[in-house]
Design a protein around this ligand. Structure first.
Ligand SMILES: [Zn+2]
Length: 352
């Protein structure tokens, strides 16, 4: 590779303050370390910067192992708790502590090193791994958006209409969230027509702290099943499975919050249900990219798959899905909670 394509990138911003906030035990945890400067090299491919993953691993104080065969090239970085992030060359797929997230760009293997596109690192992976970098936000009011309604049924499979299940699940989620002290707003509470624009307009006017759209999925192949969580891809990077670049929209500015919210949601849902993990995916779906709040769209499962449809129709499985989503919201709220302000009237602390 010519030297002109080999550069040095100094990541000075958050790296200077390397603080471990020790969030909930099951979250990814990094080693405590002295504040440090890290040098991460990058290569430029198709005008995008790709960071060297072995150096990102060092930045995280993680160990690295590579498996390179004629079939695939896999890089695993492991933290001190044994949690792993697994990258595969020429793939957008990555697993984080066993749960799937999808990058906007494929991981590149070049000159014996794995490389991750810069925005996939800064907007997506890094916030999930270093939750202390996510803007603090008190999570009190949550807007639930049961997908479809009225004339728009969503998918219909063997008499089961998606719009009905979405509403039923939203009501179950609402009741759990209310018991846990949240204020819950709904874009619709009955079988009513509601445009996508009207849903996002509600988010704009009511200003909830989170916007969550609830859906069930369908696929032309009946065997396809599992859970997906969608968040908006940022402006300027391609959406999942396409080369269409994201636009700058009201809902696309919450990358780091969205990344963690979606990851925690996928993890809790898959863990609770043992459903197939289809990963966190990014696309500017209308409601999540036009709603000015951290937003995600949850696909609870495929109604086109008979076994999964039967499960989703059972009260027991609905309870699992609802509780797992609420657990994820709780974990997210805990991580992003603003630090308590000092008690009014308390004397300032002096150092003599
Ligand atoms: Zn839908």
């Amino acid at each position: 590779m010519p030297n002109t394509f080999r550069h040095r990138l100094l990541l000075l911003t958050a790296i200077l303050l390397w603080l471990v906030t020790a969030p909930a035990g099951r979250l990814w945890q990094l080693s405590a370390a002295e504040p440090q400067r890290s040098v991460i090299h990058y290569i430029t491919v198709n005008s995008r910067k790709y960071l060297r993953l072995s150096e990102i691993a060092r930045f995280y104080k993680c160990t690295v192992s590579q498996r390179i065969t004629s079939k695939e090239k896999v890089l695993t970085i492991t933290n001190r708790l044994g949690q792993k992030v697994v990258f595969t060359a020429d793939s957008v797929k990555c697993t984080l502590d066993g749960y799937q997230v999808n990058f906007c760009y494929k991981v590149i293997f070049r000159n014996g090193d794995f490389h991750l596109e810069q925005t996939d690192f800064t907007n997506f992976l890094d916030p999930i791994l270093r939750t202390q970098t996510i803007p603090k936000r008190k999570i009190k009011t949550i807007m639930l958006d049961p997908g479809h309604g009225g004339k728009d049924q969503g998918t219909e499979q063997s008499g089961t209409k998606e719009k009905d299940l979405n509403l039923l699940l939203a009501k179950r989620v609402r009741s759990i969230l209310q018991k846990r002290g949240y204020t819950v707003l709904m874009t619709r509470e009955k079988d009513a027509d509601l445009t996508l624009a009207a849903r996002s307009a509600l988010c704009t006017s009511k200003k909830p702290d989170l916007f969550i759209s609830l859906h069930c999925n369908a696929h032309s192949e009946a065997s396809v099943n599992g859970i997906e969580v969608w968040i908006a891809n940022p402006a300027g990077v391609p959406s999942y499975g396409t080369t269409t670049l994201g636009k700058n929209l009201p809902g696309t500015k919450f990358h780091s919050s969205n990344a963690l919210l979606a990851y925690l949601t996928l993890k809790n849902l898959v863990k609770a249900t043992k459903a197939v993990d289809r990963g966190v995916r990014r696309k500017q779906l209308y409601v999540i990219s036009h709603s000015p709040a951290p937003s995600m769209l949850v696909e609870f499962g495929f109604l086109s798959n008979e076994a999964e449809r039967k499960k989703i129709l059972s009260a027991e499985y609905q309870d699992k899905l609802s509780a797992a989503l609420c657990d994820a919201i709780d974990q997210f709220a805990k991580v992003t909670a603003p630090k308590p302000k000092p008690t009014p009237g308390a004397p300032p602390r002096h150092h003599r």
